[in-house]
Design a protein around this ligand. Structure first.
Ligand code: ZN
Length: 275
């Protein structure tokens, strides 16, 4: 029996959801996607839980989507919860990629962003590409001083990950620099640019995050849910949803271009060559 890909535990008013594929730096496959979705649902349904912490087991929060391990899901069927669309399996080209990425990447991040309880991403080590999407879906990001952030997919000719919140998570010039260079940003840099709430020593990451969650949990749950929705709605009024939808089209144009001229949708690159 292998360990579950997501661990769930409750400590007082705080539920901690932990991605648990440390051997693959918590690369996200669809098994993890649905396990995360189950865990968020469980935390929402538990009245004793007020705040949700999203964590990654091991040295890294998440190295992104699974583009190279034996358990990746591109050819496997999975259920659909985030969108009503047909199965991607057995379909070709954009028909397959759009179905798959609408559900497990974009749709799921939107679903989790709208969880009616405060969520805190607790980030150490790598937070790369698809890892950014998970962290950005949370209300807060607390990072340890060894955390680093990057979206290097322009190297594949792709204009950023599927959940294109870059220009809302930081100012537009910073978003361009993150994308154009593919650089790894330190936790301090991400903090300066407003993408991270707090940076703490690695040894204090869990205690700091839980203390913050504990302070939030003293607030009434409905007040928190409404305050969260208020700020999320402000982001929608700033164009977040329409912006992401418009860039999702560019993202799929890039996948299609790669498939047409560069061998496959990822321009022949995988986890190893992207490093
Ligand atoms: Zn994609």
């Amino acid at each position: 029996m292998s360990a579950p890909v997501v661990d769930y535990r409750v400590d007082g008013p705080v539920a901690t959801i932990t991605m648990n594929r440390p051997a693959y730096r918590n690369a996200q496959n669809s098994a993890m996607t649905y396990a995360l979705d189950d865990a968020f649902t469980r935390a929402v349904d538990d009245d004793a839980v007020t705040v949700i912490v999203l964590a990654g087991a091991g040295d890294h929060f998440s190295a992104g989507h699974d583009i190279g391990t034996p358990e990746r899901d591109a050819d496997q069927t999975f259920e659909r919860r985030a969108v009503i669309w047909w199965d991607h399996v057995g379909r070709q080209g954009v028909d397959s990629r759009l179905a798959r990425e609408s559900e497990v990447y974009l749709g799921m991040c939107r679903r989790w962003r709208e969880v009616p309880k405060p969520t805190i991403a607790m980030v150490q080590g790598a937070c790369i590409a698809g890892g950014l999407m998970l962290a950005w879906s949370c209300d807060f990001v607390v990072a340890s001083d060894d955390a680093f952030f990057s979206d290097p997919v322009v190297r594949m000719g792709i204009p950023g990950v599927e959940y294109f919140a870059h220009a809302w998570q930081m100012n537009p010039r910073a978003a361009k620099e993150l994308l154009f260079t593919g650089d790894r940003w330190s936790a301090d840099r991400a903090h300066q640019l407003g993408m991270v709430n707090h940076v703490v020593p690695r040894a204090e990451l869990v205690s700091f995050t839980h203390a913050l969650a504990g302070r939030i949990s003293a607030m009434p749950p409905l007040g928190l849910a409404l305050a969260k929705k208020a700020v999320n709605q402000a982001e929608e009024l700033q164009g977040l949803r329409a912006g992401i939808d418009s860039v999702f089209g560019l993202h799929h144009a890039a996948h299609a271009h790669n498939a047409e001229v560069a061998g496959d949708a990822l321009a022949g690159l995988d986890a190893r060559t992207m490093r």
